[in-house]
Design a protein around this ligand. Structure first.
Ligand code: DGI
Ligand code: FE
Ligand code: FE
Length: 189
């Protein structure tokens, strides 16, 4: 696994706008804080955080070519949900280019949708993406408070937020998002 921070930071700097680059650095910081609090490998959490959005700004055509060249099949729903592409493509990019370990790859892979049975590092990245210092949406303070109580409390709110946002926009909700939502709601009852 290539974990040279200088090389990785250069990579996101070249791929991302100032805004998204700064977001990546802040998510990495939040990942390390959560890893410390909830007992996870801090270096792995940092790597997941810093690289999680690496392909977020890849043009649509290049993204589709990437899926094609890597034989990554998309479901009908996924083809119609471009916001999900950067997580799917980013995970494969990190596996291939830097030989990242599978636990980090899957944290990146599921950082947008979540999924059932998430690992600690997957939950940490999912939550860090909502509470990083650059975030300023309505309710971010509540999310930060929840993240102090438990990863699951924060995930519950994050998933509710995502499900609400998507249904209001009449967008399809990925089965992994639904599974994550159902699991967490039943867990917190
Ligand atoms: O990449 P970020 O902006 O930092 O955050 P993210 O990777 O969580 O992406 C959030 C976007 O992804 C948001 O606009 C909603 C969208 N999204 C999340 N879950 C789903 C989804 N879109 C669809 N269609 N289906 C989902 O299940
Ligand atoms: Fe993302
Ligand atoms: Fe992000």
């Amino acid at each position: 696994m290539n974990t040279n921070r200088e090389i990785l930071i250069k990579d996101i700097r070249e791929h991302l706008s100032d805004f998204r680059y700064n977001h990546s650095l802040e998510v990495a910081n939040s990942c390390v804080e959560l890893a410390e609090k909830y007992g996870c490998d801090k270096e792995k959490a940092y790597l997941a955080g810093i690289m999680h959005d690496v392909l977020k700004e890849l043009p649509k055509e290049e993204m589709l070519r990437f899926f094609d060249e890597h034989n990554i099949p998309l479901t009908k729903l996924e083809r119609n949900a471009p916001k999900l592409w950067h997580a799917m493509a980013g995970a494969e990019y990190l596996r291939e280019k830097y030989d990242f370990s599978e636990d980090i790859v899957s944290a990146v892979r599921y950082h947008t949708t979540g999924r059932e049975n998430m690992t600690k590092i997957e939950k940490i990245l999912f939550v860090a993406d909502f509470i990083s210092l650059d975030r300023d949406y309505n309710g971010v303070e509540d999310m930060r408070e929840r993240a102090k109580i438990s990863l699951e409390k924060a995930m519950e709110e994050g998933l509710r937020f995502t499900v609400n946002e998507l249904s209001e926009k009449c967008l399809a909700i990925h089965p992994d998002t639904i599974s994550a939502y159902n699991e967490i709601v039943l867990m917190n009852i």
